[in-house]
Write a protein that binds this ligand. Structure first.
Ligand code: SF4
Length: 232
């Protein structure tokens, strides 16, 4: 297998917000086994062949040589794709940095990928025992728990981020999760407020409401070196 087998669901030529400190291209991998109601990319969930190819991405990277610092792989769930390490290696060979957005579904694959990655954005859904409420999949908190430890121990730069919808997570649960993360050694955390745009779940769109209290946000922020509240 090589990078040519990567299932590319989409890509953007330029993002200044998805890979901290880098001007990057973003590559969206096709496929995700979870079914979060707030998913902004439900078209990327089926593990089918994507509308683009790795050759399309490479052509872009060659065209934009000298203008980009890196490539961030997103999804879908990029670690689902067995061709991802080859694509990451190709990006590194071009002298570009590699970023990874992951929900941490496949710990063994993540372990193989971490040496190829310069930064990880870990989309941590909920306290581990409440994962199913968000992902729709029983036991989904366990791989996430394993990956958290792995990411922190790896020393790879990372940020944990949690999307907050009041029907899915309570303020107390988010505070508890933040405490778990800080105690595990995470230094950078973001809470992303639910955004209806792109969300196919009518129930969630109808019940989106207030974010957390200012006091709770302040308590959470005090636990991290960096903390931001931003739209998902
Ligand atoms: S893990 Fe990410 S890509 Fe998969 S369903 Fe949830 S939000 Fe969508």
């Amino acid at each position: 297998m090589g990078a040519g087998a990567l299932r590319v669901g989409g890509f953007t030529a330029f993002t200044a917000t998805d890979f901290p400190g880098k001007l990057a291209a973003a590559v969206f991998i096709q496929g995700c086994p979870w079914r979060c109601g707030y998913c902004h990319n439900p078209h990327l969930q089926p593990r089918r062949r994507g509308p683009h190819s790795w050759a399309d991405v490479m052509a872009l990277l060659v065209r934009r040589a000298g203008l980009l610092d890196g490539v961030v792989f997103s999804g879908g769930e990029p670690t689902m794709d067995p061709a991802l390490p080859f694509a990451m290696a190709a990006v590194r060979q071009m002298g570009l940095a590699v970023g990874l957005h992951t929900a941490c579904i496949y710990p063994r694959r993540l372990k193989e990928l971490l040496p190829l990655v310069d930064w990880v954005g870990f989309d941590i859904k909920a306290p581990f025992d409440a994962y199913q409420r968000v992902t729709g999949v029983a036991g989904s908190g366990e791989p996430a728990r394993a990956c958290l430890e792995m990411i922190v121990e790896s020393g790879v730069a990372h940020e944990c981020r949690t999307t907050l919808h009041p029907a899915l997570l309570s303020e107390a649960e988010v505070e508890g999760l933040a405490t778990t993360l800080a105690d595990a050694g995470v230094r950078n955390y973001a809470i992303q407020t639910f955004r209806a745009q792109g969300c196919a779940d009518a129930g969630l769109n109808a019940t989106a409401g207030a974010v957390m209290s200012a006091a709770a946000l302040q308590r959470i922020g005090a636990r991290f070196e960096t903390f931001v509240l931003r739209p998902a």
